[in-house]
Design a protein around this ligand. Sequence first.
Ligand SMILES: [Fe+2]
Ligand SMILES: [Fe+2]
Length: 337
Amino acid sequence: MLVGNSLEAGCRNNQEGETMPIEELATTLTTVWKFDYEPKIKALRDLYEVAKKDQWNAATDVPWDLEIDPSGDILDPSQDPFREFDFVKALPEEKQTDMAVRNAAWMLSQFLHGEQGALLCCGQLVEVVPDMDGKLYAATQVIDEARHVEVFHRYIKRLHRVYPIDPTLQAVLNQILEADMWQMKCVGMQVIVESLAMGAFKIMKEGSRDELLRKIVGLTAQDEARHVSYGLIYMKDEIPRLPDPDRDRIEDFAYSAVEVLSGRKPGTGMLSQMAIVEEIGVDPAVAIKEAMEKFTDPVFLAAQPDPFRDQVIPQLQRIDLITDRTAPKYRALGYEI
Ligand SMILES: [Fe+2]
Ligand SMILES: [Fe+2]
């Protein structure tokens, strides 16, 4: 992966005096001025109008006075694979609840960090895209993502605590932020990451028993749907214009993001989730052994939600980014193309 020498770690103190880590990522962006202000891509200009109308306020439009019941299903049951594991079922009930709360906090933390990645990326898009319609729309997404960072941070702090970003997720986000082509950023963030988030938020909205979280993800998913539309509208026109070598690079980049984030390739996926197991006092070797069995069992896998199968891959097909050259790789991961 591309997490490399451009990353620098450091620290800053927050208002409470705690030391908080920061990381710097050196990127090469070409800032593009555009002096033709007339609308050119009508669908993007229309989306900009919708985005201006559909703003909400994370501080006042969310019922923050609602209590969180940790014994209810915070996530949709399908988003907590651990609950089906024998080692979890063998735990006393309060430990099972503790495990479910930590799993929810871990997963929502990954969304929080992903929201920050989206905030950084669409800030870049304002600079690098060559069309005024694309810049204006991306500017609305900057405030959308700021709102998502605010709302998820506030919720997770009330639920439990913010977990660190998973290294696999961060590596993919860094690849998007470091990409030297704006179209690659657009495919990576707007089509792949946004589709992933939208799919997960829809499942959460339907299956969570926590009213506060349902409200938060409902509002957020409305925004994410717009963000995916931006990627699809823009890339549908842009991808066919690219020279073959550039198009091949974006196709390969899209495949590698699906490969590592889906966890379909052994040894990939967001493995830091297993840290939760240790926190509740279970031997991680026991959990890993059962996880290896479950995640290679076709019956177990078929019952799990798969936002790559249901959301990400269909969107990549819509913009012709899965071709005869790359389709066999997706099939090798078990996806029907
Ligand atoms: Fe977002
Ligand atoms: Fe988004």
